[in-house]
Design a binder for this molecule. Sequence first.
Ligand code: PRE
Length: 415
Amino acid sequence: MEAAAAIRNTASFASPAPRIRLARSASVAARAGSSSRGDWQTACAILSSTNDNQAPAPAPKVNGQTTKLAPPDATTPASLDLAPATTNLKRPLSISDLAPAPLHGAQLRVAYQGVPGAYSEAAAGKAYPNCDAIPCDQFEVAFQAVELWIADRAVLPVENSLGGSIHRNYDLLLRHRLHIVGEVQLPVHHCLLALPGVRRELLARVISHPQALAQCEHTLTRMGLNVAREAHDDTAGAAQHVAAQGLRDTAAIASARAAELYGLAVLADGIQDDASNVTRFVMLAREPIIPRTDRPFKTSIVLAHDREGTSLLFKVLSAFAFRDISLTKIESRPHRHRPIRLVDDANVGTAKHFEYMFYIDFQASMADVRAQNALAEIQEFTSFLRVLGSYPMDMTPWDSTAPSSASSTSSSSDQ
Ligand SMILES: O=C(O)C(=O)C[C@]1(C(=O)O)C=C[C@@H](O)C=C1
């Protein structure tokens, strides 16, 4: 793995055209469901996506060679453009060439946000043991790395037991067309790291990811570390910064693996405020997986409602409750394109309501007819409904004392 260079959000990643197309097709796909209940159920069950929704794909490879696609100009006489026939004729693409498995070799390339030693890297290792973990400097870049076929999967945090939801990733899930194909829960075990020889009394600053700082706030205060806190992009990046700059007055909150990687000493171990600190990550892929019913599945959806009316959430919750489907999470986020609804009342003035998108996780597979019927019902009173993914639940036994290292084995993914 080329761990050294984290992928940066350079011009080559900035491809607004595909993203605009993807955003448009997201709402088109949601509305397509309104044609008939049968269509919608089929769409949900298969969770299909059309080629039109994908970022531009690289030329397919056959036998390790890039195939040449025909030029778009149909008027050009074909005989002038074709290479002379040789005995080395290319074999036609077959269905196995188009499978979602990596085409470039055996190792799955998994994008995560941060640098080596970050908890997200450990989550990537838990989700896909022995993968080639690819560091990215932002969440958005990890999404784009998968869309542009630089990575096969992305593993991103969505919620933490102490800090709550990681809102940025909820917003990005909606703006991109990737599918959730699995989840992993990672016990997060923080350490206070400093250059070898540095004592606590010398510290003037503690730096880390804002979530990590929040997860350790009370413990730091109890330790008498009432020093400045400074936010960094990720925990391991903070450790790397302390080491690279030789900062003797600064400690980082990060994993024990980050201490090893960047040559720092562990001043204190297990400094998270709650021993059972856990972060939930989701795995994202270009293609959805086929939902099954032979093991526990979860489904994530996002919905909105654009009409005046009451009790949207009550109706949504009832659709699940009547079918005995448990919800595991509800999150609301402001509606980016229509943040405010104005309601005029001649006597009183104009009321301004915030508009929301609701993200819901429920405990059923889209192959389960109860889930299909619940969504068919919900679709009747929502203006937007999208299935983000139907995927196996992380059922690994809980061990909050396990170190947050990539060596843990288990996977709740498609492969
Ligand atoms: O900074 C890291 O190491 C991360 O992987 C990010 C992150 C997060 O975004 O919440 C992940 C898990 C921990 O809860 C703290 C930070």
